[in-house]
Design a binder for this molecule. Structure first.
Ligand code: AMP
Length: 541
């Protein structure tokens, strides 16, 4: 498969620098095609869904085309929901970290409009907004479209499903014609093509053409996890299956490094393999892997190309790959030369749809599995220790040890079985901390299942309402603060509170519908970490 590096795409040095900071190693397939096309100035429809790197596919060329010295609005991105608008503007902000003077502003319903107007007046070159709110600003003349070079409709099919067609058409009609119009959509229904023919010129459709691929016949499993539990689940699977050699795949260099650190911290022999490493260093790591000094390689897709080791017993997709083809390449690292192999994929939230796509396209079955409990892991660990015990009893003179145990049994009134059990527990390193961690992870897992059971629109779970709070990570807020404040102020049980999603400046929290009014009412006078807050129902347009 062809590798396209960002350096080949004629990008500004400051954008490239931000991409390096984000840890991206190569352009995803949709980026490799869309970035040059958008830079060339044509109108395009990009067919790609979440998880393929689509935001950066239009975001990188968009930022490159905006002039940071001109303070007028130059690009508009329309998104179906407030949450997506926030996510997209965060990605654009990360990518424009070194573009001094460039401002990206999210605008959406529910947020104080006077504040938005002030920010718009201060000058923002890029606005990311929901159609309703952008229309609102248009009517108030608080956004001026004179200098607009580009408009992007992100998740266009979703916007149409949500009834935004008329708003979109009004906005598109109001923007000067010499603009570039970019549409991104997961599906290609008729209305999308109608909008394209009405508002685009010489549309080019860009999608990743899929090759016929043969998937190796190996067992493939997936686990629904929350991002912060991935390390715990990975170590459980490593303990449970005890593969001799395994490869863990991550999407970015940054994630590779974090994962290696996590694994080493837990006592595994893991090493990183990514594109930034010098050949000598790579050779050393690969030799270590071949001769058994390294059990686990943690790699990016590019770096793993050169792995020609036959007895890799397991492949872990720590991140869902950005492309179906990557998946097939990754799992092909195991089950080679007729050996058995297993592939495990971790899935977060909506990524489950990406996995369905992979299954459909690769005509393969990836089976959902519950996260193994510590109990399962403990049983396996015990079996292993007891196997070693057999060897010792048969080959080592234990007379001295037997005398010591006898003494202990006589003095303390224990049975030799109890003493053996205590030794077993010590050897397994099983302690209460682990049990507590297990309970926590299981709780998180149940929550993540609930999250995944939601509908495709990112709506709240059944019977729940999603609230928006204008405070987030930047104010040092943690999920516990939100939970504590809501439970503390309203007296409702903390366990009734559902998923809490923290962003830099905002938080979304789910609570049961019947509590919504009360929570909003009580919380409007409350403070979190000394800060006055605003709470309201999310998903306003
Ligand atoms: P999206 O498809 O835009 O929702 O992106 C999914 C995730 O992939 C986001 O967290 C991006 O930051 C990340 N991402 C985008 N492009 C790349 C890339 N070339 N390499 C690795 N990760 C990427």
């Amino acid at each position: 498969m062809e590798t396209v590096r960002f350096e080949e795409l004629q990008l500004d040095a400051s954008i490239l620098r931000a991409i390096v900071d984000m840890g991206f190693e190569q352009a995803s397939p949709i980026q490799a095609k869309a970035i040059p096309a958008v830079l060339a100035g044509g109108d395009i429809i990009g067919q790609a869904q979440t998880g393929t790197g689509k935001t950066a596919a239009f975001g990188i060329p968009l930022l490159q085309k905006v002039d940071p010295k001109n303070k007028h609005l130059q690009a508009v991105v329309l998104c179906p929901t407030r949450e997506l608008a926030i996510q997209v503007s965060e990605e654009l902000r990360n990518l424009s970290k070194y573009l001094h003077g460039l401002k990206v502003l999210p605008v959406y319903g529910g947020q104080d409009i006077t504040k938005q107007i002030r920010s718009l007046k201060a000058g923002a070159q890029v606005v990311v907004g929901t159609p309703g709110r952008v229309m609102d600003h248009m009517r108030r003349k608080t956004v001026k479209f004179d200098d607009i070079k580009m408009i992007v409709l992100d998740e266009a099919d979703e916007m149409l499903n949500m009834g935004f067609r008329e708003d979109i058409e009004t906005i598109l009609s109001d923007i000067p014609e010499e603009r570039q119009t970019i549409l991104f959509s997961a599906t290609m229904p008729k209305p999308i093509l109608e909008i394209a023919s009405k508002f685009q010129k010489d549309t080019e459709i860009i999608k990743v053409v899929k090759k016929e691929l043969t998937v190796p016949k190996i067992e493939q499993y997936y686990y629904e996890v929350r991002p912060k539990n991935k390390m715990e689940v990975l170590s459980r699977l490593l303990d449970l299956y005890a593969p001799k050699l395994s490869v863990v795949f991550c999407n970015t260099k940054r994630q590779v490094e974090e994962t290696v650190e996590g694994l080493k911290g837990r006592g595994y022999f893991a090493e990183a393999l990514h594109g930034d490493m010098k050949q000598l260093h790579r050779d050393r790591v690969m030799n270590g892997f071949r001769n058994g000094k390294v059990d686990i390689l943690v790699a990016t897709d590019i770096a793993a190309r050169g792995i020609d080791v036959d007895d890799v017993e397991a492949v872990f997709n720590y991140d869902v790959p950005q492309d179906d083809e990557f998946y097939v390449h990754r799992i092909g690292r195991t089950g080679r030369a007729g050996r058995t192999g297993r592939a495990f994929t971790f899935v977060v939230g909506k990524e489950v749809y990406k996995l369905k796509d992979i299954q459909r396209y690769c005509k393969t079955k990836i089976v959902a599995q519950p996260i193994p409990s510590l109990h399962d892991v403990a049983n396996i660990k015990a079996e292993k220790v007891l196997d070693q015990v057999n060897g010792i009893i048969e080959s080592v003179d234990l007379t001295k040890m037997i005398e010591l145990i006898e003494k202990k049994v006589n003095e303390e009134d224990y049975t030799s079985l109890e003493v053996a059990a205590a030794f077993l527990k010590m050897t397994m390193g099983d302690n209460n901390e682990e049990i507590e961690e297990y309970k926590k992870t299981t709780r998180e897992y149940n929550k993540s299942r609930e999250y995944n059971n939601r509908n495709n629109n990112n709506g709240p779970s059944k019977g729940m309402v999603r609230l928006f709070i204008n405070i987030g990570k930047k104010q040092n807020i943690r999920p516990g603060d939100i939970l504590g404040a809501i439970a503390g102020e309203t007296g409702m049980a903390g366990k009734l509170i559902g998923t809490i999603d923290l962003y830099d400046k905002y938080t979304f929290v789910e609570i049961p519908k019947e509590y919504a009014d009360e929570v909003i009412d009580v919380m409007k006078d409350a403070k979190i970490k000394g800060k006055t807050i605003n709470v309201e129902v999310a998903n306003k347009r």
